[in-house]
Design a binder for this molecule. Structure first.
Ligand code: NAP
Length: 281
């Protein structure tokens, strides 16, 4: 039997075991996926244990995504640029670290009928998820990305990523702040997709019930609005976008597709995504 698991803390709420075990079962594969509560202090011991067990691979979520980087023998380009790993493949003791959040987003957009290579994107946020999206979108050939950063330190972080991307991508990356709403309006006006990759609008958080777009006049029917939040399923941004006639999606498809990308890295097989969507989400 091949074994896989999720490292992080807290992880009890994770949908990954259900997604992965349903997929293994549906494809008749002798594999199992479980949860291993792990933090920055225990990750070295955990990885040693997984090597000894011969685990075939694992996912990492907070707070393990950065701590896993120096423990890998190899890194994908996206994981190296972002300094974060969410998927590890163990091949005869050689650990390769990948990050699939960005791939998950890109595949979710293609699945929604809007493949992004060659198009312009406005991206709100510069945190972990936004960075993964920025990196993969640039590596995959999105033509232009307008990134909106909140704090000056966050802008600097995005600038550093853009500099690291430059040798690998011809994407034009521009950095903006929220002080002048007209700057936001102009970037959205020339974009095919607007992505919220901040927690603003998420249930329970500080930004619950809020939206970074001032009003519906910033949106238009041929704009796709993607909110990577999935609790609630309809954020204030998605409600506003619907009122403006936009096509929309919440973050469930990104969550599903990042799991599908990890599944493919480990097994070389396609996750039965429609079955997983129906049974797990
Ligand atoms: P993070 O690393 O903490 O980053 C949060 C980002 O949001 C930062 O850039 C932060 O900027 C910005 N931000 C926070 N409050 C803001 C405000 N009031 N105005 C403007 N910008 C603000 O978090 P994360 O891990 O990227 O997660 C972000 C959201 O994505 C969460 O809701 C998470 O659940 C969701 N998510 C979804 C998926 C998926 O698969 N669908 C995957 C990962 C995460 P400053 O630091 O400058 O304030």
């Amino acid at each position: 039997m091949q074994t896989y698991c999720l490292l992080g803390d807290p992880i009890a709420h994770s949908l990954s075991p259900a997604m992965m075990n349903l997929s293994f079962q549906a494809l008749g594969m002798d594999c199992r996926y479980d949860l291993r509560v792990t933090n920055e202090n225990s990750i070295e011991d955990r990885v040693r244990e997984l090597r000894e067990e011969g685990a075939a691979g694992w996912n990492c979520t907070m707070p393990c995504k950065h701590a896993m980087v120096p423990l890998c023998d190899r890194l994908s380009t996206a994981a190296r640029i972002g300094g974060a790993v969410n998927t590890v493949k163990n091949e005869n003791g050689i650990l390769t670290g990948h990050t699939t959040d960005g791939t998950g987003f890109m595949n979710a957009m293609a699945d929604a009928g809007l493949p992004l290579p060659g198009k312009k994107m406005t991206l709100l946020g510069t945190g972990g998820a936004a960075s993964a999206i920025l990196i993969q979108a640039a590596l995959d050939g999105v033509s232009e990305i307008a990134v909106f950063a909140n704090r000056p330190a966050s802008r600097k972080h995005a600038e550093d990523i853009a500099a690291k991307l430059a040798p690998h991508s011809e994407t034009s990356i521009t950095l903006h702040g929220y002080t002048d709403p007209e700057e936001l309006r102009e970037e959205i006006r020339t974009s095919a997709v607007l992505v919220n990759a901040t927690p603003v609008g998420m249930d329970g958080g500080k930004g619950s019930g809020h939206c970074l777009i001032p009003d519906a006049s910033f949106l238009r029917p041929d704009l796709f609005v993607y909110d990577i939040i999935y609790h609630p399923k309809k954020t204030p941004l998605l409600a506003l976008a619907e009122s403006a006639g936009c096509r929309t999606s919440n973050g469930e498809s990104m969550l599903l597709m990042q799991g599908a990308a990890a599944f493919h890295i480990w097994t070389g097989r396609d996750m039965p995504v429609e079955l997983v969507r129906e049974k797990v989400f």
